[in-house]
Design a protein around this ligand. Structure first.
Ligand SMILES: Cc1cc2nc3c(=O)[nH]c(=O)nc-3n(C[C@H](O)[C@H](O)[C@H](O)COP(=O)(O)OP(=O)(O)OC[C@H]3O[C@@H](n4cnc5c(N)ncnc54)[C@H](O)[C@@H]3O)c2cc1C
Length: 424
């Protein structure tokens, strides 16, 4: 049993850690710099206006940490979307046919999801969330705030991408970065895809690095996000935003926007992939744990950050339950390892450009993605890994290999012409 856990930050990572550690602790305090959040984006989470998709791996992890979450979301009209059946996907090699696989995704706004998790954590008898209280320092033992200090059994830094952990440690910490200079812009719309569709994703390919997607969120609204990289960023004005959409690989999102009234565009420039090598430090403070974006930032287009945060919280809990309190930080590194590998490898290929060399593994994966457009076994294996449900080795299983000879013909946009403008 941990006597006193102090968590800095009540974003997704901090709330997951609170849910994971509360049963193993006498007392959990959360210090959150922002005042009590409402349903809107807030200063501490400036990316809260952007699309946030929770992948299957994250749904399963959150279901273990917050067993009432899915029914609570359902009571608010939010049901998981069938990723393969209900979303129209333009993958890098072309359109995918709708198929039934077990992969779901939850789409609601980030502030809404956070507010539901915050509600569950607030109900825990031994957890105390204090708002308007910022951690200002950590000296290897004590945690400092404006007028006080604490010496918790475990201090969890969940302060996000602007964490000061590196300077608090006062040590040389290695950092890996892979940055495609991406830009995000998002609008909320009163209507979206025609039934039965619950989403449309236009991925980039080697010739066109723009990406766009639309998903349903709470209150019957939809969120449409455009993403660019290598300095080609969607602008925050409506007309230019619509123009940017016209440059996507396929016209559906531009057609959809053309039928909408103007709406405010919220832009954000995310950091690239960044991994602090805390696991390499030999003199790590025994009572410190750095989690979430404070430890590992992933390019958000791969939608992995919330899933990694939830899986990390579970992995830390599992280790503590086994009576192990040593090298907890290595559990954080291990939990994000494959997400890092996938996001940074994909972005290295973008940075290398269309003429960059690709190895045998890249060519194998390219073929798998091509076959996954029509073949359920290949699709399932790819989605298992992409949604962080399975180890990447699953992509090389004999039954997956056996699909690679599948013929893939021409596939049209499965939504058909439902979004095209009607003739006058
Ligand atoms: C544009 C964008 C889109 C994204 N889309 C997705 C997606 O589709 N799917 C997905 O899974 N992930 C997505 N992510 C990533 C996801 O938001 C994060 O990885 C995840 O929420 C974990 O964040 P966090 O809790 O570590 O940090 P944050 O969400 O940044 O929370 C940090 C918290 O710490 C508080 N804080 C900061 N400093 C202090 C201090 N000194 N003292 C006390 N409190 C402090 C802040 O106020 C805040 O509440 C996206 C990220 C971005 C930028």
């Amino acid at each position: 049993m941990l006597d006193h856990v102090l968590i800095a930050g009540s974003g997704i990572a901090g709330l997951n850690m609170a849910a994971a550690l509360a049963p193993l602790s006498r007392r959990v305090e959360i210090w959150e710099r922002d005042t009590e959040p409402g349903a809107a984006a807030r200063p501490g989470v400036p990316h809260g206006d952007q699309i946030h998709v929770l992948l299957e791996g994250g749904i399963r992890a959150l279901d273990r940490l917050f067993p009432r979450l899915l029914s609570d979301l359902a009571a608010h009209g939010i049901r998981p979307t069938g990723m393969s059946r209900e979303v129209a996907w333009l993958t890098a090699p072309g359109w995918a046919v709708p198929l039934d696989t077990a992969h779901r995704m939850v789409t609601c706004t980030r502030p809404f999801l956070e507010s539901r998790l915050r509600g569950f954590v607030s109900e825990l008898a031994n957890v105390d969330i204090q708002y308007g209280r910022a951690v200002t320092g950590f000296d290897g033992e004590r945690v400092h705030a404006a007028a006080e200090q604490r010496t918790p059994t475990l201090f969890v830094d969940a302060t996000g991408r602007r964490s000061k952990a590196v300077s608090w440690l006062g040590a040389e910490v290695g950092v890996d970065t892979v940055d495609t200079s991406a830009g995000y812009a998002t609008v909320r719309l009163p209507s979206g895809m025609p039934a039965p569709w619950r989403g449309l994703v236009l991925q980039s390919d080697s010739a066109n690095t723009r990406r766009g997607e639309i998903v349903p969120v709470e209150n019957g609204e939809w969120m449409l996000t455009l993403v660019g990289c290598l300095g080609d960023r969607p602008p925050p004005q409506w007309d230019e935003f619509v123009d940017f959409a016209a440059g996507l690989r396929s016209p559906e999102l531009a057609q959809l926007l053309a039928a909408q009234d103007r709406a405010p565009v919220k832009a954000f420039r995310p950091a690239g992939n960044r991994r602090h090598r805390f696991d390499k430090l030999s003199n790590w403070p025994a009572n410190l744990l750095v989690v979430g974006d404070a430890a590992l930032v992933l390019n958000p287009v791969y939608a992995q950050g919330m899933t990694v945060a939830a899986q990390t919280a579970l992995a830390v809990r599992d280790r503590l339950e086994r009576g192990r309190r040593d090298r907890l930080q290595n559990v954080v590194t291990a939990s994000g390892k494959w997400a890092w590998f996938m996001a940074s490898s994909a972005d290295r290929r973008i940075l290398a450009g269309p003429n960059g060399s690709s190895g045998a593994v890249d060519r194998y994966l390219d073929r798998l993605v091509e076959v996954a457009r029509v073949n359920a076994t290949a699709r399932s294996a790819a989605l298992d890994v992409i949604t962080l449900c399975a180890h990447p080795a699953a992509l090389f299983a004999p039954r997956v290999l056996a699909t690679l000879g599948t013929r893939v013909g021409d596939i049209a946009c499965p939504v058909g012409t439902a979004l095209a403008p009607r003739k006058a």
